[in-house]
Design a protein around this ligand. Structure first.
Ligand code: ADP
Ligand code: MG
Length: 254
């Protein structure tokens, strides 16, 4: 049974793309078939897998907006066996506006994924840092949400808005949508703040919070500039190992 998981938090810089790339790559190494749908015009998940944006004939934007372009036709293989990428470029920014006048505008991604999702165990949608129409499409297409939360003072700020959006979408278009899990990112064991934030988030989300906490690790921030996930760039690094542990939890979660 394939699962569509939206990696979502309307805050920027919390580790969504890092999680999409490295969780997908770790799941691939566990023998799972994974599609990463890059749904952010910044295209960080695309470049993080070493996909050359300039050489693409079509991307996720075309699959959404052009009736003659299927999502399947824009998918490219990544450097990790079993892991594919539906790439995005800056042209996806146009979809945020152009979708407004499209029929069933909130469900375009859901329909686009329908013919391909059966090929994968997991479809991970890397969301943009907003609650606009692209994110609403991800909420409608997803079975569940994976929320990365950065270990910082304002960690929980804004999350009530995200959960409210989830409730709205659940009430109207996607009744079974739920939170798959919450992952704490950029944890710094040396600071009391990091420990406090993890405690606060566990109080708020309870057992939805993964046991695995992703540490702040320089290899995770360097890897994208080499177009590689951390388990290929620096497999022995704490960052790569943390995402492997997270992948095991995701698989065990079912
Ligand atoms: P988002 O997709 O939510 O905007 P990113 O995944 O792009 O966030 O992360 C923001 C920045 O922080 C990037 O430069 C990324 O390389 C860096 N980063 C993310 N997670 C970590 C981590 N665990 N350790 C160190 N740097 C990280
Ligand atoms: Mg991102």
């Amino acid at each position: 049974m394939s699962q569509v998981i939206a990696i979502i938090n309307q805050k920027g810089g919390v580790g969504k793309s890092t999680t999409a790339i490295n969780l997908a790559a770790a799941l691939g190494d566990l023998g799972r078939h994974v599609l990463v749908v890059d749904f952010d015009p910044q295209g960080n998940a695309t470049s993080g897998f070493g996909v050359n944006k300039d050489a693409l004939e079509a991307d996720v934007y075309d699959a959404l907006m052009d009736e003659d372009t299927t999502l399947e036709s824009v998918i490219v293989a990544s450097c990790v066996d079993g892991v594919d990428v539906a790439p995005a470029t800056i042209q996806l920014a146009g979809a945020e506006i152009e979708l407004v006048s499209v029929m069933a505008r909130e469900s375009v991604l859901r329909y686009a994924l329908e013919p391909v999702r059966g090929e994968y165990d997991y479809v991970l949608v890397d969301c943009p840092p907003s609650l606009g129409l692209l994110t609403v499409n991800a909420l409608v297409a997803a079975d569940s949400l994976l929320i990365p939360i950065q270990c910082e003072f304002y960690a929980l700020e804004g999350l009530s808005k995200l959960l409210e959006s989830m409730r709205l979408v659940r009430g109207r278009l996607n009744p079974s949508l739920d939170v798959f899990g919450v992952v704490m990112t950029m944890y710094d064991a040396r600071t009391i703040l990091s420990r406090d934030v993890v405690g606060n988030v566990r109080d708020y989300f309870g057992d939805k919070v993964f046991q695995t906490v992703i540490p702040r690790n320089v290899k995770l921030s360097e890897a994208p500039s080499h177009g590689l996930p951390a388990n290929r760039y620096a497999p022995a690094s704490k960052g790569a190992q943390a995402y492997e542990a997270l992948a095991r939890e995701v698989v065990a979660h079912g």
